[in-house]
Design a protein around this ligand. Structure first.
Ligand code: 3PG
Length: 400
């Protein structure tokens, strides 16, 4: 983007593909981290006199307008954060979008409606995506890719549109890629990785790749129960992906052969009931050893001994990557595990990266100072796929 600014953008229409896919509760944004993350790019372009057209997806609407997924709340928040009015177009490539863009003066910003209200955005058909990209291209003279959270998607606005316009990477993408490079090339050791979240299947690729890079891998969250089961323990009614057990076993064997330490919970908080996340009524969980989960109970967080164990495994690390909460952190009775990992990241002198929408939101909603961490990535799937060593369509398109 510095090259673009040096060339000059005054009066040019610049399309910024952001990731404003923020969590919403009853229409209210609960974490605006992704909007704040794109501000440097939007501000720099506006200050240089560009007519800035910001676009993003939000949620997973079905390729047609759906008010539940409108980008309007994100556009309003962007305006508040910029301290300047932001025009909002109620369609994506239709007359409203063209009116909004035509109405921009140099230095002003417009947001167009959710890109996924058009089936062409996410289509698997190259021609359909290209056609939608063509319609998006009509709104701008230049493309700036800055939606790091979506660079792993081969979508029209991420992958096809850059080919149709002069294209540049924004500040957020440059920062994110710079940080992730430190986790793949010349990593400072010991390198510890903490993985949590619900599903093992989402993490298999990254585990596979990290077995070649990391010194220790700590497992928590819903996915831990598939690991415990693979070790021969009963897990009651905890989340379990039976079909992943063979893969998990293989990874644990490979880790042992390579001297990579796999660390699993030694105790967990269990309850027969999933907590009520709306009322947050007390859940009164019980702490049990990880190899003694009762048949009628569900593991919902790591226990106190595991919190201590994980903190000790992170204390002397030089590099830490963390993706995924340790438990149902949205409920106070099951937030201690995730809090303990966040605190351990703050206590170590290691270079720490928090990857992923959920863990980033957890860190902020649990009251931690986000600036105290080495880096909080705006990309969940994107940062994992980067660490898997995959080619990310949105980055490849900007490099071409
Ligand atoms: C994310 O939340 O990880 C990104 O915004 C991508 O969203 P998606 O998984 O719906 O493509």
């Amino acid at each position: 983007i510095d090259a673009l600014l040096a060339e000059g953008v005054n009066g040019k229409r610049v399309f910024v593909r952001a990731d404003l896919n923020v969590p919403l509760a009853d229409g209210t944004i609960t974490d605006d981290g992704r909007i704040r993350a794109v501000l440097p790019t939007v501000k720099a372009l506006a200050e240089a006199g560009a007519k800035v057209v910001v676009a993003s997806h939000l949620g997973r609407p079905k390729g047609a307008p759906d008010p539940a997924f409108s980008l309007l709340p994100a556009a309003e928040r962007l305006g508040e954060l910029l301290g300047a009015p932001v025009a909002f177009a109620q369609d994506t490539v239709g007359p409203a979008a063209h009116d909004a863009v035509d109405g921009l003066e140099p230095g002003q910003v417009a947001v167009i409606e959710n890109l996924r209200f058009n089936a062409g955005e996410t289509s698997k058909d190259d021609a359909e995506r290209a056609e939608f990209a063509e319609r998006l291209a009509a709104l701008a003279d230049v493309y700036v890719g800055d939606g790091f959270g979506a660079v792993h998607r081969k979508h029209a606005s991420v992958y096809d549109l850059p080919a149709k316009l002069p294209h540049y990477a924004g500040y957020l993408i440059a920062t994110e890629v710079g940080v992730l490079k430190k986790l793949t090339d010349d990593v400072k050791r010991p390198y510890a990785v903490v993985l949590g979240g619900a599903k093992v299947s989402d993490k298999l690729g990254v585990i596979d790749h990290l077995l070649e890079k990391a010194d220790r891998i700590l497992i928590g969250g819903g996915m831990a129960y598939t690991f415990l089961k693979a070790q021969g323990h009963e897990v009651g009614i905890s989340l379990l992906q039976e079909d992943q057990i063979p893969a998990v076993k293989e990874y644990m064997e490979r880790a042992e052969a390579k001297g990579v330490e796999f660390v699993l919970p030694v105790d967990v908080l269990v309850s027969p009931d999933f907590p009520d996340l709306k009322t947050k009524a007390p859940a009164n969980p019980t702490t049990v050893a990880a190899d003694a989960i009762p048949a009628d109970q569900e593991g919902l967080d790591i226990g106190p001994e595991t919190r201590k164990l994980y903190a000790s495994k992170l204390a002397d690390a030089a590099t830490v990557f963390w993706n995924g909460p340790m438990g149902v952190f949205e409920h106070p009775d099951y937030a201690e595990g995730t809090k303990a990992v966040a605190q351990a990241l703050l206590d170590t002198s290691a270079f720490t990266v928090v990857g992923g929408g959920d863990s980033a939101a957890a860190v902020r909603t649990l009251g931690f100072d986000e600036n105290a961490f080495g880096h909080i990535s705006t990309g969940g799937g994107a940062s994992l796929e980067y660490l898997e060593g995959k080619t990310l369509p949105g980055l490849a398109a900007l490099e071409n």
